[in-house]
Design a protein around this ligand. Structure first.
Ligand SMILES: *Cc1c(COP(=O)(O)O)cnc(C)c1O
Length: 355
């Protein structure tokens, strides 16, 4: 059994893998891969997959959920197009690669982007604080967890503007107040299911209010909400597995229980990073992500040896993103505490050997 610390696509519960594989062979007599998305059996799956999101996150009245394709990358464009209003101006926080991507795509569709704060000056190793938010903006956009750099917002930014969040890599990892947001989007493959589906949670009152002269049908969230995520062929298998995973999540205490586990996993690993003289965490302590833990060796010449150690322990997916190097341990919901303990033991052992 491997310990998968990969950043995405990521580990899911073994139970979910098993049930998913069974449905590939037999989903009411057909394979889930060949069943019509209009068949009542799949319509029931979609309904449940939408409903379970509402349950898991306590989505209040007045919000809708939709599954689309295109990943969070298309979400950058969809968010900008759907939230564009009279001002055609929006505020963004630049906290790394994905936030920069959101900024770039908003500009492409004609939003005048005001970068309210950026942590680029220090290699995106912190979450900016204490910036002003003008009130003539159509909306405010941020990235709740910066998957590549390992920083995370531990508080929702306060603003009276419509609030948009790319929550790809920390949705379902902790309790959140959906009522604070006008639009949330998240690629499934970080904590929800297999790649292919992208989750949108949207306040109904923002639908159909775009001022963009260009709004293709597929990019209009109102179309997807009105058609209950069946505007066109949805990513059937990805939605099916997301449904299984959400069922599993809720049966195991929901996001509240996961938050406690995720806090314990992160604390275990950060404690070792701070105690072990060979390693250091790469981001400001108060902004450390509980989902993607980034760290480095003080002496990079030891990396080949350290790599051998963790690989021998059955660990996979530990190298940092190719743009930053070092190490990144992703601690998504399905990764057990025991896997984190394996990594910590490897680091300890390595520390004794080279200390
Ligand atoms: C992975 C990731 C993305 C990109 O997601 P795709 O589904 O590959 O388009 C965007 N934002 C964040 C925060 C991510 O972690």
């Amino acid at each position: 059994m491997k310990h998968n610390f990969g950043a995405g696509p990521c580990i899911l519960p073994q139970d979910v893998f098993k049930q998913a594989s069974e449905a590939v062979l037999d989903f009411n007599g057909l394979s889930i891969l060949e069943v019509s998305h209009r068949h009542k059996d799949f319509v029931a799956v979609m309904d449940e997959a939408l409903d379970l999101v509402k349950k898991a996150l306590n989505v209040p009245e007045g919000y809708s959920v939709a599954y689309l394709q295109g990943g969070a990358t298309l979400g950058f464009t969809i968010a900008a197009l759907n939230m564009m209003r009279e001002n055609k101006k929006a505020g963004y926080l630049n906290t790394g690669t994905w936030a920069s991507g959101a900024i770039k795509e908003a500009k492409k569709v004609g939003v005048n982007v005001n970068v309210l704060a950026s942590s680029e000056d220090k290699g995106f190793t912190y979450i900016p604080k204490g910036y002003d938010i003008p009130n003539d903006l159509d909306y405010f956009h941020y990235t709740s967890n910066n998957t590549i750099y390992g920083t995370q917002f531990h508080e929702t930014p306060k603003t009276s503007l419509p609030l948009i969040c790319d929550m790809s890599s920390d949705i379902f990892s902790k309790e959140i107040n959906i009522g604070d947001f006008d639009l949330i989007y998240a690629g499934a493959q970080k904590n929800l299911g297999p790649a292919g589906a992208t989750l949108y949670i949207v306040k109904d009152e923002i639908l159909g209010k775009s001022t963009s002269p260009f709004l293709p049908t597929y990019l209009d969230l109102k179309q997807h909400v009105d058609k209950e995520s069946m505007l066109n062929t949805p990513p059937v298998f990805s939605v099916y597995v997301a449904m299984l995973n959400l069922k599993h999540l809720i049966a195991n205490g929901g996001v509240k229980a996961k938050e406690i586990e995720n806090n314990a996993k992160a604390a275990l690993l950060y404690n070792e990073i701070d105690a072990n003289p060979l390693f250091f965490g790469t981001v400001e302590k108060e902004d450390r992500s509980k989902m993607n833990v980034t760290f480095k060796l003080h002496d990079e010449s030891l990396s080949e040896h350290f790599d051998k150690y963790w690989k021998e322990a059955g660990i996979v997916g530990l190298p940092g993103h190719r743009s930053v190097g070092g190490y990144r341990a992703s601690l998504y919901n399905a990764l057990p505490l025991s896997s984190v303990q394996v990594l910590v033991d490897v680091m300890k052992e390595f520390g004794i050997k080279h200390g």
